[in-house]
Design a protein around this ligand. Structure first.
Ligand code: PMP
Length: 423
């Protein structure tokens, strides 16, 4: 039977069989303990975990759990609706104010996940012209909008090629022209901005790249945004709480003020050990998002217990810099030693340390062999990264000890030789 004779369901099933037969279907173990700890319980034995995003060890911190438990007791399990209906709860608002203060912006808006923040915020900004026209009709107020200098109305988005999937999806939903620029290539971006005829321009980039662990050239992005009157959004999911002298994120790492970017997005899933996303910026931009971001309006917010726990986690992250310092020391040590074994870490600079394997099947085999040695470290492959660029994405946290990292390095050396990974 040819492909066209098969029903859609048959085609899906056949594809899954093919992926399973080839050994590429993800074989993530079921874990019988907290996956936020460096040692986890899998299949009746301890394993070392090197892919948890609980970077500062706050997910299981007694004070964080106490704050969450108190809120659970007071508010119950869920929120009872969206923020614009029943669920505009004091703990949500307190968390928004706390994270805005932490990253140095006027205000912030929280979403149930970082993914929801990006998918909601990116296309919403492009609706400003439409909403302005509606406001003019209904409120009888006309504001001047000129598109001088031969510009055409509408938006163009300039999106970095290694941006996280949630930005990519937000961009797909936007009514705008899209130009993808090569990784950290500021010359290319400058040329695209100069060529663009669109009246409104929007640049969006990860702060720390999630699959490569390197850091975006934010000062240059800010200069280009200012020169071209473009709106600039930085997704600092991996930078907030981790980078900069006080852990404020990628902007502090580069020593530039928060005012250099219009929107700072982040997530509570990583440094702060919880769940949820936010976008911080000027008051009126945040006010605009509250009335236009569909993933905020039409979806329930974070559970109140999580909001209370995350607020406590931010306080601890601020008070205890040793946590991010140790995570970074661990990453620095692992990166140096794994490179000495001949592996390519793709220019990683932070706590995410990818080890490039390349071929997807070989990467799956490295994950399997690590697992046999009691280490859980899945590989990232297409579509998370480009085809042929599969990698093991190690994440170093403040909870890893030197002996654990040395054990991992020893295993990687053995596996390299077993699989003849270099030459
Ligand atoms: N942005 C980046 C850069 C990320 O790495 C992630 C999560 N991996 C997200 C956004 C989405 O965050 P969340 O897990 O809170 O949905």
């Amino acid at each position: 039977m040819s492909d066209v004779d098969q029903s859609p369901a048959e085609r899906v099933k056949n594809l899954v069989r093919l992926v399973k037969d080839s050994g590429l279907y993800p074989n993530n173990p079921i874990v019988n303990s907290a996956t936020t700890e460096p040692v986890i319980w899998v299949g009746g034995r301890d394993h070392l975990l090197f892919c948890s995003n609980n970077l500062l060890g706050l997910s299981n911190h007694p004070k964080v759990k106490e704050a969450a438990a108190k809120a659970l007791d007071r508010y119950g399990l869920g929120s009872g609706g969206s923020r614009q209906m029943a669920a505009n709860i004091d703990v949500h608002r307190a968390l928004e104010q706390r994270i805005a203060e932490f990253v140095g912006q006027e205000d912030a808006i929280c979403f149930a996940a970082g993914y929801m923040a990006n998918v909601g915020v990116v296309p919403t900004l492009m609706k400003v012209d439409l909403l302005q026209s509606i406001a003019e009709v209904h409120l009888g107020h006309s504001s001047a909008r000129s598109t001088g200098n031969g510009e055409t109305p509408g938006w163009e988005i300039f999106s970095e090629e290694l941006n996280h999937a949630s930005i990519v999806d937000g961009v797909r939903l936007a009514q705008a022209d899209v130009s993808k620029y090569p990784h950290k290539d500021m010359k290319h971006l400058a040329t695209c901005l100069t060529k663009s005829k669109k009246a409104s321009k929007f640049i969006v980039s990860d702060g720390v790249f999630s699959m490569d662990g390197d850091i975006a050239p934010i000062p240059q992005l800010a200069d280009l945004a200012a020169a071209h009157k473009a709106l600039l959004m930085i997704d600092d999911a991996h930078g907030v709480g981790m980078l900069g002298a006080n852990g404020r994120g990628s902007l502090e790492h580069h020593d530039i003020p928060s005012s250099a970017v219009d929107l700072q997005m982040g997530t509570f899933t990583k440094a702060f050990g919880g769940v949820g996303g936010y976008v911080a910026g000027d008051q009126e931009i945040i006010d605009f998002l509250r009335i236009s971001a569909r993933t905020y309006i039409f979806s329930a917010p974070l559970p109140p217990s999580i909001a209370a726990g995350v607020a406590e986690a931010i306080d601890i992250a601020e008070r205890e810099p040793w946590r991010r310092e140790k995570a970074m020391e661990n990453a620095f040590y692992f990166r140096r030693e794994v490179e000495a074994l001949g592996f390519d870490t793709l220019g990683s600079e932070a706590h995410i340390v990818p080890v490039l394997i390349g071929n997807e099947l070989a990467a799956a085999e490295v994950t399997n062999q690590l697992r046999h040695r009691g280490i859980v470290a899945p590989h990232a492959r297409y579509p998370a990264v480009a085809l042929g660029r599969a990698r093991i994405r190690f994440v170093m946290t403040c909870q890893h000890e030197r002996e654990q990292i040395d054990f991992l390095l020893g295993c990687l050396a053995e596996i390299r030789d077993n699989l003849k990974l270099h030459g």
